[in-house]
Design a protein around this ligand. Structure first.
Ligand SMILES: [Zn+2]
Length: 326
């Protein structure tokens, strides 16, 4: 059976065996906010199901007894094998072994997690990007997203490499306009008009994409070893499109926004889709309903590690790429 069909099957089975339910998707409140300046529709969801899940994760933190025998963290393969209603699909991406499973509290339908078979630390690198692109070649209808490998900079579980995959989704960042553009041989790179510094790379050649990402990572990490990316990739009209969102742990949500969301801000949110936990009061819920787009925009802006001089930065990046590629 092809990978696509295997995924359809475990998705179907998950509803049959109670691992997923329609209410896990429909119980979330979803809102849309238009931002004229950027001409982008931002999205916000108040995710009640995930709020309960986060609480459950917190309870398990540090308690080794909650893990299956041989497992070193919550997403280790051994854990999924002992859950009777959680099915997994094994796959190999560029000679590297992974498995795919459904996330228990999805943000969207067909929301999967792709996990390294081995307990290897989270890694943002050209090698890992090549795995992600190889998956996209097999599943062109999916968008793949990766959290980062630095604490407090868009990371989730740092101890075990994984990324996420969502069927046919439209993140607000996909509609962001280009404010600067540069063409290289067989690859285009643009800097986006978005509240956090983000580059879009577009090419038909996945090898060029990983090479370019490697050059950009060297450049960015050369400035500070804590620098990293959140990554989004998809196939669009035959092209591979990769979004690199620049992250650094010194740039955090401002204290006044912590009442809406105190936990870290991950890759999906910096794509322009806020995921807020259930507010503690009715007033806070009202504020999110009314101003959720503004709140999300302020949060994403506060994470932006490159402020006024983005044009200079873009130029500097391009010249560093030229130097490396000559
Ligand atoms: Zn693990």
């Amino acid at each position: 059976m092809e990978l696509k069909e295997q995924l359809e099957l475990i998705y179907h089975n998950a509803f049959e065996n109670g691992y997923l339910s329609e209410s896990k998707l429909t119980d979330n409140d979803r809102y849309i906010f238009y931002k004229f300046k950027e001409d982008i529709f931002y999205k916000v969801q108040v995710n009640h199901a995930r709020s309960k899940y986060s609480d459950a994760l917190l309870d398990q933190k540090g308690k080794k007894t909650a893990l299956a025998k041989g497992a070193q963290c919550l997403i280790c393969h051994e854990n999924s094998q002992q859950k009777h209603n959680l099915e997994t699909v094994n796959l190999t991406l560029k000679d590297h072994k992974y498995f795919i499973q459904l996330t228990p509290f999805p943000l969207y339908p067909k929301h999967f997690v792709v996990v390294d078979r081995a307990h290897q630390p989270m890694e943002v690198s050209p090698k890992r990007l090549s795995h992600l692109l190889s998956l996209l070649e097999q599943l062109p209808d999916y968008t793949v997203v990766s959290n980062s490998d630095r604490f407090n900079a868009g990371a989730s579980i740092l101890s075990h490499h994984h990324f996420q995959m969502i069927h046919k989704t439209d993140f607000p960042i996909f509609t962001a306009k280009e404010r600067m553009h540069q063409s290289f041989e067989n690859i285009q790179m643009s800097c986006l008009n978005f509240p956090i510094f983000a580059l879009k790379l577009r090419t038909m050649e996945p090898e060029r994409l990983t090479e370019m990402m490697g050059g950009l990572l060297d450049y960015w990490r050369g400035k500070d070893d804590e620098n990293t990316f959140n990554i989004i990739a998809r196939k669009n009209n035959g092209y591979f499109e990769c979004y690199l969102i620049f992250r650094n742990p010194q740039f955090l949500t401002q204290p006044k926004e912590l009442i809406y969301k105190s936990e870290g801000v991950g890759v999906i949110e910096v794509c322009g889709e806020g995921v807020f936990p259930t507010p503690t009061t009715r007033d806070l819920m009202g504020e999110i309903q009314k101003d959720g787009g503004e709140i999300l925009h302020r949060i994403i802006s506060s994470l932006n590690p490159i402020r006024e001089d983005f044009a200079d930065q873009f130029e500097e990046m391009i010249s560093s790429l030229h130097l490396n590629m000559v």
